[in-house]
Design a protein around this ligand. Structure first.
Ligand code: AMP
Ligand code: ZN
Length: 113
């Protein structure tokens, strides 16, 4: 838990978010600035700043992010959706706690960030 990280604070429940899913390892909440009718962020509870910090020990939770992304998109009525992760400032990452963007609904085929 990094006290200065907003997504750690959402994972800890000390910062409010519109949560769609939560378990011991993964939390999903609506993006505060949605780029599509459905725009959720899927995060691990464990603080990893970027994908570059992930190691073999993180393999299971990284895979779980994808399965939870599928679950929340399907549960919201979207069999078709995009999943995106930005890694590093140059790729548009602004929050340095790993997250998958899950986007669905009316949208162009544009990337986030
Ligand atoms: P990225 O550019 O991949 O780092 O994306 C960060 C995303 O986090 C952006 O889409 C923001 O709109 C979103 N975001 C930032 N702060 C919050 C927050 N407190 N609650 C929900 N989403 C947030
Ligand atoms: Zn964090």
């Amino acid at each position: 838990m990094d006290q200065n990280c907003i997504f750690c604070r959402i994972a800890a429940g000390t910062m409010p978010a519109k949560e769609l899913y939560r378990d011991d390892e993964v939390v999903v909440f609506n993006d505060i600035n949605p780029q599509a009718p459905f725009h959720a962020l899927v995060i691990p509870v464990k603080h990893l700043a970027t994908l570059n910090e992930a190691e073999a020990v993180d393999q299971a939770v990284l895979g779980k992010l994808m399965l939870v992304a599928k679950q929340v998109a399907n549960a919201a009525g979207y069999p078709d959706y995009k999943v995106q992760m930005n890694c590093g400032k140059g790729a548009g990452q602004i929050v340095f706690h790993i997250h998958l963007h899950v986007l669905a609904g009316r949208m162009s085929h544009k990337e986030v960030g």
